[in-house]
Design a protein around this ligand. Structure first.
Ligand SMILES: [Zn+2]
Length: 430
């Protein structure tokens, strides 16, 4: 007798007709034709069951603050940072917690069950840190939230930020952040990368820096981050977020840089939605896309996870909490349109990001935690194309969100009465 059995699922690796049996919070069996009683049975009807979506780059302290205290008129990163600076003194723990927990409701409904959030530590009062620690505690039963100590204003640019970052780590924030391209000079950016990697090494923590989020091809802090990763023995524990300057770098330089990133076992976290919006702002025409070199990195064996960065905040007025929106944009912006490309980008919003976050028991193997999502789509490529309804979201063996399938009624003579968007992909030649 199992607590839950999902019947006739297609898995992201292409296996079809699989049953998934769950006892308590753990996957006990994954095979066709499991013949046993269960407390609850879900018929997947041949649709895709995936491990949950993972967002490795987010700003939970800013989410849903769109319009406070005013809108970002230019739409630029710099006005966003200035606007956040205006909003920050007015923030309260209660309002921050309320917005963040409300956002997590939306995330869960989209099958997004793990988030790494940067938390601004630029104001030494650390109201943001206090609030996000409370959010992490409140959502823990249904969502894994990791926190990064992030000096938004620059590690060396404001009074008390160096001390505030260490204090945030003392309070329970578990990852060291940074923003070297926003320090006053290239030299101070370099020094910040070294100092922050040293803190991570001393404390045994991971590193995730906003790195080179600029169109300046000479913003090369990614090189320093990779080198310091190796120097401090942090291989496999460091991620570079954004890395958009790599879009504009000289190809010869990149041919040396990519192997260094791979040697450092550094992960990359591009954020296609926000960076398609923010980059290329100083260009006239042609305008650069400004997204980092995702296919080249994947070819080098570098782990790439895709993040949202922002949902309805001073930097980005869009966003839905759906990592498939992110993958959908990545397909277009990187021209990764083959079936293999789309499968790789589906991995980038699931398993790759789970690896970057170091999530334990993630996946659909026997012994993994029973966290999964049933989608109204046949396979990962279709999931990205359709961004379909999440029919069931399961956390530790319990259904925590359900959405009815999307169908439309047609009133056309001689045509079908019902349209199900998941049934339209041609099956031939794939
Ligand atoms: Zn960010």
């Amino acid at each position: 007798m199992f607590d839950l059995v999902i019947r006739n699922a297609t898995l992201p690796d292409g296996r079809q007709g699989q049953d998934i049996a769950v006892s308590a919070d753990t996957i006990i069996a994954v095979e066709p034709g499991i013949d046993a009683e269960a407390g609850r049975v879900i018929d997947a009807g041949g649709l895709l069951v995936s491990p949950p979506f993972v967002d490795p780059h987010f700003h939970m302290d800013a989410t849903l603050s769109l319009g406070l205290p005013r809108m970002n008129v230019s739409g630029t990163l710099l006005e966003g940072i200035a606007l956040w600076g205006e909003l920050r003194p007015t923030l309260t723990v209660d309002a921050l917690v309320e917005r963040a927990v409300r956002y997590c409701d939306l995330a869960v409904s989209k099958g997004l069950l793990a988030i790494r959030s940067h938390v601004d530590v630029s104001d030494p009062a650390l109201v943001t840190v206090e609030a996000m620690l409370e959010v992490r505690r409140q959502v823990a039963p249904y969502l894994d939230l990791q926190l990064v100590a992030f000096p938004q204003d620059g590690y060396y640019r404001g009074p008390g930020i160096v001390e505030a970052l260490e204090r945030a780590l003392d309070m329970g924030v578990e990852i060291v952040g940074g923003i070297p391209h926003f320090e006053r000079t290239m030299g101070e950016g370099t020094a910040s990368v070294e100092a922050l990697c040293r803190i991570a090494a001393d404390r045994g923590l991971r590193v995730d820096m906003h790195c080179d989020e600029t169109d300046d091809p000479l913003s090369r802090h990614v090189e320093t981050l990779a080198a310091q990763t190796i120097r401090f023995g942090l291989q496999g524990r460091v991620a570079g977020s954004h890395l958009t300057s790599m879009h504009s770098m000289d190809n010869y330089y990149v041919s040396k840089l990519l192997p260094l990133i791979a040697e450092a076992q550094m992960a990359a976290i591009p954020n296609p939605l926000i960076n398609m919006m923010l980059q290329g702002r100083h260009d006239t025409y042609p305008k650069r896309r400004g997204l980092t070199r995702i296919p080249q990195m994947m070819e080098m064996g570098i782990t790439v996870g895709l993040g949202q960065d922002c949902v309805m905040d001073p930097w980005y007025s869009m966003g839905t909490g759906d990592l498939l929106d992110v993958a959908h944009m990545a397909v277009h912006a990187t021209q990764m349109g083959s079936m293999a490309d789309k499968r790789a980008l589906f991995d980038a919003v699931t398993v790759n990001s789970a690896r970057i976050m170091g999530l334990e028991g993630y996946g659909l193997d026997v012994g993994c935690k029973a966290d999964m999502v049933l989608l109204q789509a046949r396979d990962p490529a279709e999931a990205i194309r359709l961004r379909p309804n999440r029919l069931a979201v399961i956390r530790r063996g319990r259904v925590v969100a359900e959405t009815a399938p999307e169908t439309s009624r047609l009133a056309l003579d001689g045509r079908p009465q019902v349209v199900n968007p998941a049934e339209y992909a041609p099956r031939h030649g794939i």
